[in-house]
Design a protein around this ligand. Structure first.
Ligand code: ADP
Ligand code: MG
Length: 339
């Protein structure tokens, strides 16, 4: 049987089908951003793993290793934040291909150290092995959350507001910019590489930041989201995850999706729709969450958060609302087509 016919999530569903957690302290297993384990009376422990393979998750021809190390830590820790938690430790494992020199490994770890220092995360272990193919990286992030503040993917309720942090799509445009540069360097296209003015897009692709500032700000405002997920695969796929796990539908307003002007500018240049980049691009590492409608003003007061839609009854499904009031059923692209 061809695995690609199932899609990533069909595949995960199949291999984990029927697996039940029998230990009393396993509160949540497969199916959310992180597993949840009960260890003390006040807080839960959170654990999440992410894997990054050369040629799949990153391309070493244009990815500085220092940035790669930083980004892998952010990507893994972001899943802990998506549970409304704090990232505290990571283990960082590497498969070393022959072309990785000591200097390259040092550079990679410079980035790992920088991220750990910036976000007060301790590097507590890992594993090292040779790799017959490319460079392979696996990161496990460990964290914790106060029990009554834990936020799962499954808590969204009808009429809740759909909120998003930061702006979306720029990381995807940054990737397109880097791919264009690579084609120029390989002599495949004529145009001179042009990064000037597009530094923001490169930053978003190569150097994403961990949104712990938002988690802290929500906490200070006394807001516990009803559901949350981090945006690693594009807004559309994450909205569908929240809907599926919460058993609800959603309306997402196209003209409310936060997209930077640089994203529009570069999209124009290469003929890529910025809205598509936001919906299907990925690598944003922003947070998507829901709050009760009564918290509308409180959420806006936090700053840096946009209300982009609302939750509906399940029979309404998930749809994108265009400025003229039309509705387009939300679908997710990905690895390969999902849900
Ligand atoms: P995220 O994008 O937040 O990192 P994923 O989409 O990778 O999450 O994974 C979805 C869920 O499936 C998570 O709960 C994850 O732990 C679980 N999962 C993914 N791959 C596997 C696997 N090979 N075996 C068991 N569980 C898995
Ligand atoms: Mg996630």
């Amino acid at each position: 049987m061809d695995i690609s016919s199932l899609g990533e999530f069909g595949f995960i569903d199949r291999i984990t089908d029927g697996i039940s957690c029998t230990r009393g302290d396993t509160i949540k297993g497969v199916g959310d951003d992180a597993a949840v384990i009960d260890k003390d009376s006040d807080s839960y422990a959170l654990i999440s793993s992410d894997m990054f393979l050369e040629g799949i998750a990153f391309d070493l021809t244009y990815t500085p290793l220092k940035h790669l190390g930083f980004k892998c830590v952010v990507a893994a820790a972001s899943d802990i934040l998506a549970m409304n938690g704090t990232a505290e430790q990571i283990t960082f494992s590497i498969g070393l291909s022959q072309k990785v020199t000591m200097e390259m490994a040092d550079e990679l770890y410079e980035g790992v150290r920088a991220a750990c220092e910036k976000y007060s995360i301790d590097l507590v272990g890992g594993d090292t092995t040779p790799s017959m193919t490319g460079l392979a990286i696996s990161v496990t992030a460990i964290g914790s959350v106060v029990k009554d503040q834990i936020t799962y993917r499954n808590g969204a309720k009808n009429a809740d507001l759909l909120c998003v942090t930061g702006d979306l799509g720029a990381a995807f445009m940054g990737l397109k910019l880097l791919e264009r540069e690579k084609r120029v360097l390989n002599g495949n296209i004529e145009a001179a590489p042009k990064f000037d003015g597009y530094e923001y897009l490169l930053e978003r692709q190569l150097h994403p930041l961990l949104r712990c500032d938002v988690i802290e700000a929500l906490d200070k405002s006394g807001i516990v989201p009803t559901s949350m997920i981090d945006i690693s695969d594009g807004l559309a796929s994450e909205v569908l995850h929240l809907c599926r796990r919460s058993g609800v539908g959603a309306r997402l307003y196209l003209n409310k999706i936060p997209i930077s002007s640089k994203c529009f500018e570069f999209g124009d240049e290469i003929n890529v729709d910025p809205v598509m980049a936001a919906l299907n691009g990925g690598d944003d590492y922003e947070l998507l969450f829901t709050v009760p409608v009564g918290r509308y003003e409180d959420v806006l007061r936090v700053g840096g958060i946009d209300v982009i839609g609302h939750v509906t009854a399940p029979e309404k499904g998930a749809a994108l609302v265009t400025p003229d009031g039309g509705e387009i059923t939300l679908t997710a692209q990905g690895w390969p087509a999902q849900e």
